[in-house]
Design a protein around this ligand. Sequence first.
Ligand code: PLP
Length: 375
Amino acid sequence: MSAAGAPPYLSLTDVARQYLRCREAVDEAVREVLVSGQYVLGPTLASFEDAFAAYLGVRHGIGVGTGLDALRLSLAALEVGAGDEVILPANTFAATALAALAVGARPVAADVDPVTALLSLDGAERARTPRSRVVIPVHLYGRACAMEPLQEWARANDLVVLEDACQAHGARAGAAFCGSLGSAGCFSFYPTKNLGAAGDGGFVATNDDALAERVRCLRNYGQKVRYNHEAGGTNSRLDALQAAILRVKLRFLDEWNHDRWRLAEAYRARLAGLERLTLPSPAEPGAHVYHLFVARHPRRDALVSFLAQRGIQAGIHYPVPIHQQPFYASSGGAAASCPIAEALSRQVVSLPLFPGMAMAEVDSVCDAIRSFDLA
Ligand SMILES: *Cc1c(COP(=O)(O)O)cnc(C)c1O
């Protein structure tokens, strides 16, 4: 889009705009870490871990290198491995399944709810076998899964619940925060997430003292005491620099999530009544933090190209369900049938939405969609 008169490019998300809203505090926090000389582990990390754990209402928070590592180290700490199966939604980012693979377990894709696109109890029950050990509900797009029925089902079947809250910082499942209800809750601080670092980062939240201690040990070469390496550990620690940035941004999380909610409501009002466009189903305030605003359209690919020609980036989350990923067959997974997830993968379209997005930008996206849908 370089031609004169071309509309400005509107991307799916714009993390630099968020930085500009907390620039001075972030710059100051970064300088403090640089001057302190303590760049790995240490007080800055501990302070952020305590703050985010307190925000979530859990006893322990452990900063790790990525969201994938948060999931992988939690599974390892739960001693999930070869011979075990991990039930997860067919509609999720690949990392949810890759975490199971990383510990030698088998990811088993379950079909999703046709309205919310989240793991359905029905799908989970069909995916269950005697080898199932863990179920991973994913609060996808920022929408909270219904945790109570899932936890009841998991208890009845002796399954551990591990939450993938990588897209749901600050979302509430009932009264409690997503990520605070399972045996552990896993977060990513990838820059575009609702709470995002200036690089990679992850977090494990848990009320389980022993689990917290094992994750802490695993992320730091398997050592509790220096140079005494007990478990097959790894090196996956949230940087002090990232922790300092996140500590500042945490103060803005609720405000930014509120911004996202407001933008989503604006989309709903402006896009209501289009015959072929399905809007995301409504959620209770607080139960959806709109990491992504995901609509559906029967001519999705044509719509995405149409928007691109007008300088608007749309996304697809996700185009290939887990059970159709190349790694799935080779992991020994039985050929799963997840027709709802498959249909969704052909129709979902994510519209630009990020804190700091202007209403005029929402208008321009909606005008473009209207002219496509009415054409
Ligand atoms: C981002 C994400 C992850 C992985 O997080 P990384 O920090 O990128 O490793 C896992 N699950 C879901 C649902 C995600 O959106």
